[in-house]
Design a protein around this ligand. Structure first.
Ligand SMILES: Nc1ncnc2c1ncn2[C@@H]1O[C@H](COP(=O)(O)OP(=O)(O)OP(=O)(O)O)[C@@H](O)[C@H]1O
Length: 217
């Protein structure tokens, strides 16, 4: 239902140099929905997600969140939209737990300690809570980025290849978490190379190829 859409992309076009990457992409995502964008390497999935997250402005077309232009610098947008778009930046002298607390406190979460403990447990990070992020394996680092989206309120999550570096068990848990988040009313937009993750998350699957989004086969 159009009135319920949180995120809307309309006729988005974008390219680098003279090469078009997105060539008229439209997408509507409402509360409680998961959309998974699949497609080959270089298809433009990350570009699409950066634009949806207000990190990059499209050459043409519009991107709105709650009918206002998507802009990562906007306080309201940042308060409602949580992104994990690749390796996060870390403070070398803050532990995993301290990073998550920082995110929760910055977003004004009242029960920050409890929320961080829950996220550590959910993401199998409890045994790594006192480690420094630079010492984490690639998979654990990815789990930290995902946990950071869970210690704060978010009506919309935008996740780029959230399955990267995760083992089978962690991928299965991720799929179930995304499904549960949507059941709780959040909207999720992810790019993935893992159709099984999309399925577990209960996602509507779209394929990006030749700059266009189509229902995935
Ligand atoms: N900042 C940039 N400058 C120049 N070209 C870019 C830039 N970002 C992306 N591209 C190009 O845009 C195209 C789409 O890249 P993008 O990273 O969006 O693809 P993708 O579908 O996410 O790929 P992958 O599955 O490999 O992660 C590629 O040809 C890439 O080289």
């Amino acid at each position: 239902m159009r009135g319920m859409d949180l995120l809307r992309l309309a006729e988005v076009r974008h390219g680098y140099g003279r090469r078009p990457v997105l060539d008229g992409v439209s997408l509507a995502l409402g509360a409680g929905q998961v959309v998974a964008v699949l497609g080959p390497n270089g298809a433009g999935k990350s570009t699409l997600l950066r634009i949806a997250a207000g990190r990059e402005r499209p050459d043409a077309g519009t991107v709105t969140f709650r009918d206002a232009p998507a802009d990562e610098d906007g306080a309201a947008f940042r308060a409602d939209v949580a992104c994990a778009l690749g390796p996060g930046a870390h403070y070398p002298d803050l532990t995993v737990r301290e990073h998550l607390l920082l995110v929760a406190l910055a977003h004004g979460v009242p029960d920050a300690e409890e929320r961080v403990d829950a996220a550590l447990g959910e993401h199998r990070l409890a045994d790594h809570a006192e480690q420094f992020p630079d010492a984490l394996s690639a998979g654990l680092g990815q789990l930290l980025s995902l946990a950071a989206t869970r210690v704060r309120p978010a009506e919309l999550l935008i996740l780029d290849e959230p399955e990267a570096h995760l083992d089978a068990e962690a991928r299965a848990a991720l799929g179930a978490r995304l499904r549960a988040l949507a059941a709780g009313g959040a909207a999720v937009l992810l790019a993935t190379h893992d159709p099984a993750l999309a399925e577990r998350a209960g996602a509507r699957r779209l394929s990006l190829a030749d700059g266009r989004l189509r229902p995935a086969a």
